[in-house]
Design a protein around this ligand. Sequence first.
Ligand code: LLP
Length: 427
Amino acid sequence: MDHFSYRNRILHCDDVPVPALAEKYGTPLYVYSKKTLTHHLKQIQTAFLAVNPLVCYSIKTNGNIHIAKLMVDGGAGCDVTSGGELFRALKAGCPGEKIVFAGVGKTDAELRMAFEAGVFLFNVESEGELFAIADVAKSMNRVAKVALRVNPDLPPKTHAKTDTSVKGVKFGLDIDTVLEFAAKVVKNPHVKVVGLHMHLGSPILSADPYRQGIEKGLILIDKLRAQGHQINVWNMGGGFGIHYRKQEALPASAFAEVIVPGIQKSGCQLVLEPGRFIVGNAGLLVSRVIYTKDSGGKHFVIQDAAMNDLVRPTLYDSFHRIWPVAPAADLAAPPSDYEIANPGTRKVDVVGPVCESGDFLAKDRYLPPVQSGDLLATFSAGAYGMSMSSNYNGRPRAAEILVDGGEHHLIRRRETFDDLIRPEVEC
Ligand code: LLP
């Protein structure tokens, strides 16, 4: 359920017609559905209710503080990976004791900031980091609670650039040597190893990796306890997949089915760090066609959203559904399968204005005929869309709108040309 629907051939977010938003705020434009966001958070909270988890919204996915605040108001904490994300989480009103701090390269300055905020847990990924945490904790007269982030060495399960639990990636402590490392810190007065952290990759469309992770984790927790560590937190990270092509994602309950029994067996408190599952299908990117052209045997739809707005297709060859916001009468509803030549469609490349051949939102995609001025919707763009956007090619970032029922709110204004040069020292 995502609260985006075609009514009388016009795409609506809840009760708000998308063309009215494009008219008022311009394009490219990110549009989010508040009801979808809260519904997805609730789905996770409900699926895992038996173990009363701390659900920490992974703020990297979409850091807009209005969205983060919605999560915090819904009972979530935050998963942060930098001082900047910690700043956002605190601005959104997240209490420090509901914040987990991940990332392979935390600096001393970020660690100090995290201690000042009173974060709940540091996910530790290397020996160097653990000793840095201990030093900063000592200098501030604190004791740090840490979870060892382990790379459980599972089979590949997602795109190579987003798989975090295969051997040879930078993430986590090697499962083969983590115990030798853990043995060294049992008696460190400034660091308490209280947990295990595993983020397996993203997006994951099967519960199997979680089953495998749980099996390996249970064995590891026993061994860590035998070393004298009081392990009472198990952070399973994020990674739950969403619908990009069709209805391919699993419900939260399918993941809960394999995770909850393992958590109960371990006696640990469960922490989850979902991002994409909450915000991915809750947002779309609206763009306007500038030109169309034929070249080299291809038909190009050149529209005003580009790789600087949504880099996922360029970076991961990822698939996002695209359909006109107000399609012609005979193609009123988007098809269930965008990859086949549905009647009345033609094969096109949907590209942006950026000076790179890699600037595309879709390749060889079947769309109804479109012309200059038509609006397009790129679906499932709420996660890692705006948060990975840039100003490349001198392009101000898009505006963001949050829709709730028949109302909408501007939650980030469109950037101006002045914004582009604001941080540059005067010449
Ligand atoms: N926890 C940790 C430690 C993570 O590294 C991530 C994502 C998450 C939680 C949240 O994962 P999620 O629930 O959103 O799947 N930019 C890529 C995805 C990168 C994921 C990075 N880490 C994309 O657009 O597909």
